[in-house]
Ligand binder design. Sequence first.
Ligand code: 5GP
Ligand code: ZN
Length: 113
Amino acid sequence: MSDDCLFCSIIAGDIPAEKVFEDDHVVAFRDIAPKAETHVLVVPRTHAPNVAAIAAAAPHELAAMATAAQHIADRECGGEYTWIFNTGASAGQTVFHAHGHVLGGAGLEGSLV
Ligand code: 5GP
Ligand code: ZN
C-alpha cells in the first residue's frame, strides 16, 4: 500500500469503485470513464508504478492479472478483448499503480494498432 495512490485506496475499499473481480493477487473494477462497452482496470494488490515494475517485484501478480483479464472477458465479451498498459506520462499513464485496461464489446471492434 502506498499513501496517496488512488488504486491502493480503491483496493483497500477507502474509495468506492464497481469491483467486478478480486482474488488474493488482483482487484478489477470498472473504469470511471469507459472507452468501450467493457472497460475494466485490472490491478495487482502490490503497489508498483508500472507493468515492468510489477513483473520484477511480484511476477505471480502479473500472471494473475492476465488470468483475471481473460476471466472478465469470458464473462462480458465472448473472451475477446484488447489489453492496454499505458506506461509513462507521455503514453497517457495518469495513475502510477500498474494496471491493465481490459477493453471489449461494442465500441471496440478490431485492432487499435
Ligand atoms: P491510465 O491513464 O493511467 O492508463 O489509466 C487510468 C484510468 O483510471 C483512466 O482510464 C481513468 O478513467 C481511470 N480512473 C481515474 N480515476 C478513477 C476513479 O476514481 N475510479 C475509477 N474506477 N477509475 C478511475
Ligand atoms: Zn498503489
